[in-house]
Design a binder for this molecule. Structure first.
Ligand code: FAD
Ligand code: MLT
Ligand code: ZN
Length: 452
């Protein structure tokens, strides 16, 4: 790779050694930045031969500490393999509506390339300028359009990846129908860097929908928001986002971002709906909302770019606004849709009982039953509130990770969402693909599971 791409100096390593939240991180011996699949294979082969652990990192926007070294290593400090130079952007295959890209390509670049071809990449999230395709595949990122297009998993036609010992496996032919045994590409989706380093991906693209409309609604409670989503989902074909946030979180955003309040009066709950299509989708949306109990002083609609961005800012700027309050405990969970309102009430009391005096900010993708529970106050290493919230989620039939993954943050509680037999199969897969255990040790699987 050349010395310019092997960083050993502490100052140069530092940005790679701490995660976006500032809650996770630790030292690595060096950062290596391979620019080709062959270079990745040679790094991994060398590290495995020397029993040196490897931490894989893309854009470092992950929120569960999976892309940074552990705080303290009781053995060899890991090598950090950064994928940012795997940034080859192929040309759009119009006949197939597909594109092949390097794992280090950012989401924004991918979206730009798709847009220039009159198509669109279906996954979108606020970290688009830094998050990489490889990181999004490794975490099975969700984002803002899952209710219409599914998560990252649904966009994968095939992958190229390198196993811990340097073996390259490649499936980039772009064949949509290809039933020839185990789907190795899908096995790597959501594997969080524990099975292989993804080096390239063949992705599906969808038609661009230039006509958009966004509605922001003020509502009395979570149950009302869930009811509106349920009704609109059944009536409006182009519904692609249904996002929720709350009065207390909005106050934090308004202060942090210097924005004006959306309405003349506060509401307990805010619901943002976005529809898009080849033709103007506002008619069907208005019709669907007309039959519902939506108040005039709690609704705003935008169909122009500036107006749409203004309404989205109230939702999208939550992450940075929460981080400005302090180092957050970020718990990304899904609940059965029917229990979301009950969970909102319960999580508020669980957090105030376990972390009194802390700030709780809830927001998320209500269309997917996905709430982001952000708690600011307890020290980063204090896991009491994490444990209490995750146990509450499990007790209500939810998942302890909706879209951010398990990482290091939740590895100790994986057994709350996975049965002993599932865990045994997962460990067997890890053993088969990475027998030396060099890839991302401590991510996804904790040395010991917290029981109960
Ligand atoms: P990293 O943070 O670098 O790594 C994440 C994980 O993937 C690590 O375990 C790492 O080891 C592994 N990994 C990275 N690259 C590879 C590779 N090439 N091969 C194998 N393993 C790899 N997430 C959502 O799902 N939905 C959202 O709406 C969303 N919004 C966000 C908004 C903000 C402001 C921020 C900061 C984050 C948000 N995220 C969201 C989280 C984050 O952007 C995603 O998890 C994203 O997929 C991470 O991509 P990355 O390239 O930054 O990966
Ligand atoms: C979001 O939906 O905004 C992201 O998942 C980021 C976060 O949870 O803060
Ligand atoms: Zn999210």
């Amino acid at each position: 790779m050349g010395p310019a791409h092997v960083l050993t100096d502490a100052d140069l390593r530092a940005p790679f050694e701490s995660d976006w939240t500032r809650r996770f991180g630790g030292p690595c011996s060096m950062v290596v930045r391979p620019a080709s699949t062959r270079e990745v294979a040679s790094v991994l082969g060398a590290c495995t031969a020397r029993e040196t652990p490897v931490v894989v990192q893309g854009g470092n926007t992950g929120l569960v500490g999976g892309g940074v070294p552990p705080a303290a290593t009781d053995g060899t400090a890991p090598v950090l393999l950064s994928t940012v130079r795997l940034d080859h952007l192929g040309s759009v295959d119009l006949a197939a509506s597909q594109i092949t890209v390097g794992a280090g390509v950012t989401l924004a670049r991918l979206q730009g390339a798709a847009g220039e071809a009159g198509l669109s990449f279906p996954v979108d999230l606020a970290a688009r300028d830094s998050a990489t395709v490889g990181g999004m595949i490794a975490t099975n990122a969700g984002g803002l359009h899952v209710m219409r297009y599914g998560p990252m998993r649904a966009q994968i036609v095939g992958l190229e990846a390198v196993l811990g010992d340097g073996l390259v496996v490649s499936r980039l032919s772009g064949l949509v129908k290809d039933n020839t045994g185990y789907d190795l590409s899908q096995l790597l989706v959501g594997s969080e860097g524990t099975l292989a380093v993804i080096t390239a991906a063949r992705l599906r693209l969808v038609p661009a929908h230039p006509e958009r409309v966004v509605a922001l609604l003020g509502l009395p409670d979570t149950a009302a928001a869930v009811a509106v989503v349920d009704s609109v989902r059944r009536r409006v074909e182009g519904l692609q986002a249904a996002e929720i946030f709350y009065h207390d979180g909005l106050e934090v955003v308004l202060e942090h971002a210097g924005l004006a309040a959306p309405f003349g009066r506060p509401w307990a709950v805010y619901l943002l709906l976005e529809c898009a299509g080849l033709t103007d989708p506002s008619g069907p949306l208005y019709e669907a909302l007309a039959g519902l109990d939506v108040s005039d002083d709690g609704s705003a609609v935008a169909a122009d770019r500036a107006g749409i961005e203004r309404l989205w800012a109230y939702r999208e700027r939550h992450t940075e606004a929460v981080s400005a309050l302090g180092i957050p405990h970020k718990l990304d969970v899904t609940l059965p849709q029917a229990r979301l309102a009950e969970f909102e009430t319960a999580v508020r009391s669980v957090v105030s009982a376990t972390a009194s005096g802390s700030r709780l900010v809830l927001f998320g993708h209500v269309g997917d039953g996905n709430l982001h529970v952000n708690v600011v106050g307890p020290p980063p290493e204090d896991e009491a509130v994490d444990e209490a919230v995750l146990r509450l989620v499990a007790s209500m039939g939810g998942s302890i990770s909706a879209e951010h993954g398990i990482g290091r943050a939740k590895a100790g509680w994986l057994n709350l969402s996975r049965s002993p037999s599932e865990l045994a199969v997962m460990r067997a897969v890890k053993q088969a693909l990475d027998p030396a255990g060099s890839l991302n040790p401590g991510v996804l699987f904790a040395p010991r599971h917290i029981t109960g």
